[in-house]
Write a protein that binds this ligand. Structure first.
Ligand code: AMP
Ligand code: MG
Ligand code: MG
Length: 295
């Protein structure tokens, strides 16, 4: 209910620099509820699942709509497709950039935002339960271009007081631990070299109750993976499991999604906050994910 959601959100500590407040979440969810009551969208349930077969390498997987794992809920005849994960973590990186930069421009992550979605299978609902925003200090192009600050809203002061990418990964791990998404506080236990065989790693990964969600394949491949490779930064194995919401969107609505705005547009939802602000982008992606699961 709205009161429960509000209660839940108010228990969360305030986050820095968010133009999207817990009150906005509550308002958003109330709007959605009203729309449902007015019959603006009907309820069908779908599931965000991983598409292992379409992975381009062992490390990167995209998401598709699952048609398996469904369990009927009896009298109403409606189906609730069981989600393969109890949690989803939406990430939308912002990175250093230049106007009309060449393809070999070395983007560095400057904003690492996370939005946590919790799936409640019993109540058949999914909701935003927490968010985190970490500013990351670039080391190759330390000075942000005006273009970059204008585009992302991230300022030179934000990154100057930010942490290095390796430290950001540690902070994210602590946050995941705090939410019970990983049971071991020590991030080293999740590094690829901790596992002798690929199967062991796969097994450890399969035990985790969450997957990331990103808008397209760029965030985890073009930004995170490439920067970690260039800087020899080790990243935990859970970054190899992510759902590409554009692909899931296409599989659900049978319409091509070229951008975050076009997905929102198709769903008759408006962008909340500042587009290209990593946290606001993540929150809007989270709202699309909620709709996909509920539709
Ligand atoms: P987005 O998630 O769409 O906000 O974009 C992520 C990152 O991609 C940004 O932080 C920029 O580094 C880069 N980017 C996005 N749009 C542009 C653009 N029009 N020109 C240059 N870089 C861009
Ligand atoms: Mg993005
Ligand atoms: Mg963005």
């Amino acid at each position: 209910s709205k009161a429960q959601l509000q209660n839940q959100l108010q228990q969360q500590p305030p986050r820095r620099h968010s133009s999207f407040t817990p009150q906005d979440h509550a308002q958003y969810s109330a709007q959605q509820q009203q729309q449902q009551q007015q019959g603006l969208h009907t309820k069908r349930r779908s599931s965000l699942d991983m598409d292992r077969s379409s992975s381009s390498s062992n490390h990167f997987v995209g998401g598709v709509l699952s048609s398996s794992d469904s369990c009927g809920n009896g009298s109403s005849g409606r189906q609730f497709k069981k989600q393969p994960f109890r949690f989803y973590v939406v990430v939308d990186f912002e990175a250093t950039c230049q106007e009309n930069s060449s393809p070999d421009y070395e983007h560095e992550i400057i904003e690492f935002p996370l939005v946590l979605l919790k799936v409640d299978s019993r109540r058949q609902q999914v909701s935003v339960v927490d968010q985190l925003r970490i500013f990351v200090r670039p080391t190759v192009n330390e000075k942000l271009t005006d273009f970059c600050t204008k585009l992302t809203g991230v300022t030179q002061e934000d990154v100057d007081s930010g942490v290095l990418l390796s430290e950001a990964l540690t902070q994210v791990h602590t946050w995941l631990f705090h939410h019970g998404l990983v049971t071991i506080d020590d991030m080293g236990q999740f590094m690829p070299q901790h596992y002798k065989h690929y199967d062991q790693m796969r097994c450890a990964l399969d035990k985790l109750p969450f997957a990331f969600i990103t808008d397209g394949p760029y965030d985890f491949y073009s930004f995170l993976h490439r920067e970690c490779e260039r800087k020899s930064i080790q990243k935990p194995i859970y970054y190899s499991r992510w759902v590409n919401i554009r692909k899931t969107f296409h599989d659900t609505y049978r319409t091509k999604a070229f951008s975050l705005l076009s997905m929102l547009n198709h769903l008759k939802m408006s962008f909340k906050g500042k587009h290209h602000s990593g946290l606001d982008d993540s929150i809007n992606i989270a709202h699309i994910a909620v709709r996909i699961i509920e539709d």
